[in-house]
Design a protein around this ligand. Structure first.
Ligand code: GAP
Length: 531
């Protein structure tokens, strides 16, 4: 079984995620997180908050998911947020034309960048057929399909609205209020974790391409002439870069550079994008991405979004495919300029000059008395500028999916094959599972009381007394619980319990008094033998 198929099976059986509305035949492109998946997603979002909001001194907001049409007229989404669709004349199925080309032509990884016309030619040249019924698609037109979900705000159709296709717009439209909150001082960062909606033509690969998903976005507003990122903090971080030129070269591949050397070599154009590529490495490592299956890929010329000046994607390898999990874009002043042009509000910010400037009123050659103009000398303290935006935009669902696929392992324990999730302890839905050896002689009461104490200490704890111990270990292994604690008859004699480690399956005994501290040390990275 492929790793993606194995994960899909485990995810459904163990309550990580499954297709939504199964009772009604399912709805393509919508997934429900079960209890284990919801907990893992929450842990991942908390790690993101920690690194991109709290540690950087940024702030977080929560905006509505429905926004009026005027917002998307201004942002460009109404005109430009399209994918290429081809409809089969035989069975009526619709498909993403660029994906059909990528699937059919071995050396084309990003057909979207080629444009509609070329994709149409490739469909014909390669005799691409409808995946649903097998009919030829060569004669079918390739059209642009807008991905936004439309709705009406209130009864009637007088006030059209859309479900936001990116959380970013909820931040941009509030810039006039946010700049005041930031006391009109650049730079400042505003983050948001929330739902985004795209009416994808062909949702696929489980959580990879869905119609409702979660983004964690940071919009960093900067003065392009004055603000520089704190590069010294990440200059020595190594980043695996798959540059546009490497993608275009026959023998090009990923090259690992420090952020500093990549900037010096001109591989990274924007210092701000470079800063976030470096900073994000710690995040991917913390959440459990296998860094041997990770790279940063630069956008090719035809691939950049309508707003992006410089763009890199973080990609993870899943089942042999490279999948974008984060987009890093230098959005320049595109968004704030557009909202400034389309609305009545002010999307500029006052930049104070270091020294006041005296303006002499300009030159003239006719006597001023003859014109009736006044010539004045003015002293200006500053000028109004439109801030630029640097945006790291993380797809939470794709990250959850990548973490799960990269964590899925199998080995042999006591002659039996075992599958387990090698999740970092801080990501695992449950940190410690507590079992009584038997549900008699007071062992279960003791185990419940230990579980309660660990909960009170702040751990995510699960109590399980069903089935034999071996089965209980397997259950916890499959949901990635790093530690299991067993209460047995020895506990009643000497007040000790066994702690069993998920990955090595090694066990040791500790006293119940020391148990919370022992778990804490293990979560912080100590090994069982050090206890
Ligand atoms: N504000 C910028 C923006 O939205 P994007 O590259 O279109 O940029 C950012 O999206 C991230 O959102 C992607 O890197 C991806 O992880 C996630 N994403 C986009 N479309 C998605 C979909 N249909 N299903 C799941 N995740 C998606």
């Amino acid at each position: 079984m492929s790793e993606t198929a194995a994960l899909a099976e485990l995810a459904k059986r163990r309550g990580f995620f499954f297709a939504s509305n199964g009772a009604y035949g399912g709805t393509a492109g919508f997934y429900t997180y079960g209890p284990e998946g919801a907990a893992l997603k929450r842990n991942l979002e908390d790690a993101w908050r920690d690194l991109f909001v709290r540690e950087l001194g940024n702030v977080e907001l929560e905006a509505p998911t429905v926004m009026p049409e005027a917002v998307f007229e201004a942002s460009g989404h109404l005109d430009g947020f399209d994918d290429m669709i081809v409809e089969c004349a035989e069975c009526g199925a619709t498909h993403r034309a660029d994906h059909l080309v990528e699937d059919a032509v071995a050396d084309i990884e990003d057909a979207e960048a080629l444009g509609t016309e070329r994709v149409g030619e490739l469909v014909a040249e390669h005799d691409i057929a409808c995946p649903s019924c097998g009919a030829a698609l060569a004669e079918e037109p390739i059209e642009a399909f807008n991905l936004m979900f439309g709705t009406n705000i209130g009864p009637g159709s007088a006030s059209p609205g859309y479900l936001r296709p990116e959380t970013a717009q909820g931040i941009f439209v509030e810039f006039p209020r946010l700049k005041e909150y930031a006391r009109n001082q650049l730079p400042f960062g505003v983050a948001q974790i929330g739902r985004a909606y795209r009416n994808e033509i062909s949702p696929r690969r489980a959580l990879v391409r869905v119609r409702e998903f979660t983004q964690a976005e940071l919009e960093h507003f900067i003065d392009p002439e004055r603000d520089a990122p704190p590069l010294e903090r990440i200059a020595d971080v190594e980043v695996p870069l798959y540059s546009a030129s490497a993608q275009n070269a026959a023998d090009g591949g990923v090259e690992t550079h420090t952020v500093r050397s990549a900037l010096e070599a001109g591989l990274l154009e924007s210092e701000w994008v470079a800063y976030y590529l470096g900073r994000s490495m710690a995040f991917y490592e913390r959440i459990g991405i296998d860094m041997d299956r990770f790279r940063y890929r630069q956008h090719l010329a035809g691939e950049r979004a309508h707003y992006a000046a410089d763009c890199w994607d973080a990609e993870t390898e899943l089942g042999g495919n490279w999948i974008e999990v984060t987009g890093f874009a230098y959005r320049s002043d595109y968004d704030l300029s557009k909202h400034g042009e389309h609305s009545e509000d002010s999307f500029t910010l006052f930049r104070q000059y270091d020294e006041p400037k005296t303006l002499d009123g300009g030159s003239y050659t006719i006597p001023v008395e003859a014109t009736g103009f006044d010539v004045e000398e003015r002293t200006e303290a500053g000028e109004h500028i439109i801030p630029h935006v640097v945006e790291p935009s993380f797809g939470v669902d794709r990250l959850v999916y990548s973490v799960l696929i990269h964590a899925l392992e199998t080995d042999t324990v006591d002659g039996e094959e075992r599958s387990f999730l090698e999740l970092p302890a801080s990501m695992a839905p449950t940190t410690v599972a507590v079992f009584p050896l038997m549900t008699k002689d007071g062992l279960d009461d003791r185990a419940r009381s230990i579980a309660g104490r660990l909960r009170a200490e702040g751990f995510e704890v699960s109590y399980d007394d069903t089935g034999n111990i071996g089965r209980r270990y397997r259950r916890q292994d499959e949901v990635g619980t790093p530690y299991c604690v067993t209460v047995d008859y020895e506990t009643q004699e000497d007040d000790t319990v066994t702690i069993r480690e998920r990955d090595s399956t090694a066990q040791t005994r500790v006293s119940t008094a020391e148990l919370p501290e022992a778990i804490r040390r293990l979560v912080d990275g100590e090994t069982l033998s050090a206890l």
